[in-house]
Each structure stands twice: as structure tokens, then as C-alpha cells.
Design a protein around this ligand. Structure first.
Ligand code: NAD
Ligand code: ZN
Length: 360
């Protein structure tokens, strides 16, 4: 088909304190007393009663705390799925991810792999998933990635960092409760928030742009500017608006693509384990020639919020290591084509990428 028939999140709740409604939302989805709800929760919330006391546990329901220090891996998804299958008589009624992009992506991937055979790495790519996933719910606790609304779950496998892009990936239910983001540390708030800002810049300046993507991208960009450049919003307003910016930024790239910053940041992530938010910032800081206006504004926001990005992370890499990053990056053809057009490979040469990486 020439036009993508895009699935969306089927249900969404928005509001401060809406997390309290989790019990009522889940109850009708329980398949049997032997089919538990499994909550995958960022371990930053372990022993945080304010959040965990509101997770409704009955029968064999259970919470698995997971660290977000490293981004999700295909092997980690395989282990989680095996653990869940071995410890329960029946397939779960639902998987609920509570956390940032890391936990949201894990919840999506686990729910898919509970109904699809074989190893997770075999599903990295486009439209390889055959069976509908287990009911899955996303509850973001930090805003910016758009993972709550997207059709992908980004995983690092043995050979590549690539998403499981499928019609079964999007959440069946999302709970947007901006209050859950109140304890996010400032630097992390900036990095993940900038992921949203960069989604907007890459989408709005891409060759794939269309009215659908533009309408969401412009709204998200306007919200980002209000949050990161102006000084007129209360803390609560900032939390509310960044959650909606993330949603709109995610919707914007759904019908277009990201661009140079994401392509190069995947290289950093694959080789050095640099996390998505900070990695995008490190790359974007060097991309004036591709996104002059966007980078200028980024530098302004960086200085307003007194953010110091790591320097020289590629300075001591060997040539073969740089080559790995370049390979990972250049393999993401749709991102480059969106950013630079059909003849992208004439501009994004290996030498060009090497010189950019060496500045980071
Ligand atoms: P994250 O989930 O990696 O979390 C970042 C840090 O913030 C962690 O230390 C976490 O513990 C902490 N944190 C989260 N919520 C908190 C809270 N309320 N209070 C205190 N600390 C909190 O961050 P992220 O930037 O949201 O996600 C990055 C991941 O998202 C990457 O793995 C990336 O690949 C993925 N991603 C996915 C998509 C998609 O469409 N699926 C899009 C972009 C990024
Ligand atoms: Zn991103």
C-alpha cells in the first residue's frame, strides 16, 4: 500500500492524579485468576510508597522492578518472557510498563514476545510480528521520547539497534499523569525533553514532511519553546505541557521520520552505550550545518538551563570503532533520506560522519 494505515493507542487518560484510576481501568481486562497483571516498573520507584501503593495487586499479579541504567536489550526481553512463562500457569492478562522510554519499550516488547515464538532479535525490523500482543498499558514517568504513542519499541540486539515496528506494538491503553514526573532530576528532564524537541526539528525539516506530521510537530515545538525558553509557566504547567509535547512529537514522527541526530546517536548508543536522550543532545550540538535554526535554539536552551554536555567522548576511539558507529548510523537509510533527500549518500559520506563523531 502506498499510504501507511497507522494504528494508534486505543485508549488514553490524561490528568494529574489519573494514575489513581489504574484499578478501575485494569479490572475488566482480567482474563482469569491465573492470568496475572505483570507490572514492569523502573527501579527508581522501588520503596517509593507514593507510587507503588497505588499499583493494584490481586491473585498472582506481580511487580518486576527493572533498572533503566541501560537501554533495553533483546536478550533482556527474552529473559523476562521466560521468567513470566515459567512463573505463571496462564498467559498474563496484561503487561503494564511504568517508567521512561526504557520501561515503556520493555513492556511493549514483552507483551509482543509472549504471543510470538522464537527470539526477540528475529522481530527487529518492520512488520515481522505475526500475532497480536498481550494487552499492554504504558504509564510514562518522564516526558519526551514519545514511546508512549509510537509504533515501535527500540531494542539493542547482538547485531543491531533497531525497533520492533509493527501494528501490534502500540499500547492498548496509556495513562498520562504528569504528576508522576515530579521527581525527575533536572539534567535528565532536559535530555529526555530535548529528545522531543529534536523529534520536532527533524520531522519539520525533513523531506518526508506532510500536513499530518507538520500539524503535530508544530504544536510540540511550540510547547517545547514555552517550556524550555520562557519563564512564564508554573512547575505543574511545565509537567503537563511536556507530557503533551512528547505525545505530539511522537505523533509527528509516526507519519514522517527522524533525521541526522537520531541516525548518529544510534551509533554512539551501539558502541558506547550512550543513552538516547543525552546521546541525541551530544550529536545535535554539532549539527549546525544540517539544522542551523534548530541548533541555535538548542544551544540557547542548554545555556539557560545550565546544562554541561560531556565532551570528547569519541576522541580516543580507534578507527575500527568509529567505523562501527558509521556502519550502524548509515544503515538507517530512511532517517538519512528524510533528512537529506534521495541523494543523501553524497552528503552523508563516511568521511563526513567521521569528522562529526570526532567533534563529539
Ligand atoms: P529512561 O527510561 O532511560 O530513564 C532515564 C532516567 O530517568 C533513568 O535513570 C530513570 O530511572 C529516571 N526516571 C524516570 N522517571 C523518573 C521519575 N519520575 N523520577 C526520577 N527518575 C526518573 O529515559 P527516557 O529518555 O524516557 O527513555 C530512553 C529510552 O527510550 C531509550 O531506550 C530509547 O531507545 C527509547 N526511545 C523509544 C522510543 C519509541 O518510540 N519507542 C522513542 C524514543 C526513545
Ligand atoms: Zn528520539
Amino acid at each position: 500500500m502506498a499510504y501507511k494505515n497507522y494504528p494508534m493507542v486505543s485508549r488514553v487518560v490524561f490528568g494529574r492524579g489519573s494514575f489513581n484510576e489504574l484499578t478501575e481501568i485494569l479490572a475488566p481486562k482480567r482474563l482469569s485468576i491465573n492470568a496475572p497483571f505483570i507490572f514492569l516498573v523502573d527501579d527508581v520507584f522501588e520503596r517509593n510508597a507514593w507510587l507503588t501503593s497505588r499499583i493494584p495487586l490481586a491473585y498472582n499479579d506481580n511487580i518486576i522492578y527493572i533498572s533503566a541504567d541501560e537501554e533495553p536489550k533483546t536478550s533482556q526481553v527474552d529473559e523476562l518472557v521466560e521468567h513470566i512463562i515459567l512463573n505463571n500457569k496462564e498467559r498474563p492478562s496484561g503487561i503494564i510498563g511504568i517508567g521512561g522510554g526504557t520501561l515503556l519499550d520493555l513492556a511493549k516488547a514483552v507483551s509482543i514476545m509472549l504471543t510470538n515464538d522464537g527470539e526477540t532479535k528475529n522481530y527487529q525490523g518492520w512488520d515481522l510480528v505475526k500475532n497480536k500482543a498481550v494487552y499492554h498499558v504504558g504509564i510514562p514517568t518522564i516526558s519526551g521520547t514519545g514511546a508512549e504513542v509510537s509504533r515501535t519499541t527500540v531494542l539493542t540486539g547482538p547485531e543491531k539497534k533497531l525497533g520492533i515496528n509493527s501494528d501490534y506494538t502500540p499500547f492498548d491503553q496509556v495513562i498520562l499523569d504528569p504528576e508522576l514526573t515530579k521527581k525527575v532530576p533536572k539534567d535528565q528532564w532536559f535530555y529526555t525533553g530535548m529528545d522531543c524537541y529534536i523529534h520536532c526539528i527533524e520531522s519539520l525539516n525533513g523531506t518526508y514532511l506532510n500536513a499530518f506530521s507538520q500539524s503535530y510537530g508544530e504544536k510540540a515545538l511550540e510547547l517545547c519553546k514555552e517550556i524550555f525558553l520562557e519563564n512564564s509557566l508554573s512547575t505543574e504547567e511545565k509537567q503537563d505541557k511536556l507530557m503533551m509535547a512528547s505525545w505530539h512529537g511522537g505523533m509527528s514522527i509516526a507519519y514522517s521520520q527522524v533525521g541526522v541526530a537520531h541516525a548518529m546517536s544510534y551509533g554512539l548508543s551501539f558502541l558506547l552505550g550512550t543513552k538516547h536522550g543525552i546521546g541525541n543532545c551530544i550529536v545535535f550540538d554539532q549539527l549546525e550545518e544540517f539544522y542551523p535554526e534548530g541548533v541555535k535554539l538548542f544551544k540557547k536552551m542548554k545555556s539557560l538551563h545550565d546544562i554541561q554536555l560531556p565532551q570528547g567522548i569519541c576522541a580516543n576511539l580507534a578507527d575500527d570503532e568509529i567505523d562501527i558507529m558509521i556502519d550502524v548510523s548509515l544503515a538507517l537509510k530512511p532517517l538519512w533520506e528524510n533528512a537529506l533527500g534521495k541523494n543523501w549518500s553524497k552528503i552523508a559520506t563516511r568521511e563526513k560522519l567521521k569528522s562529526l563523531y570526532l567533534k563529539m
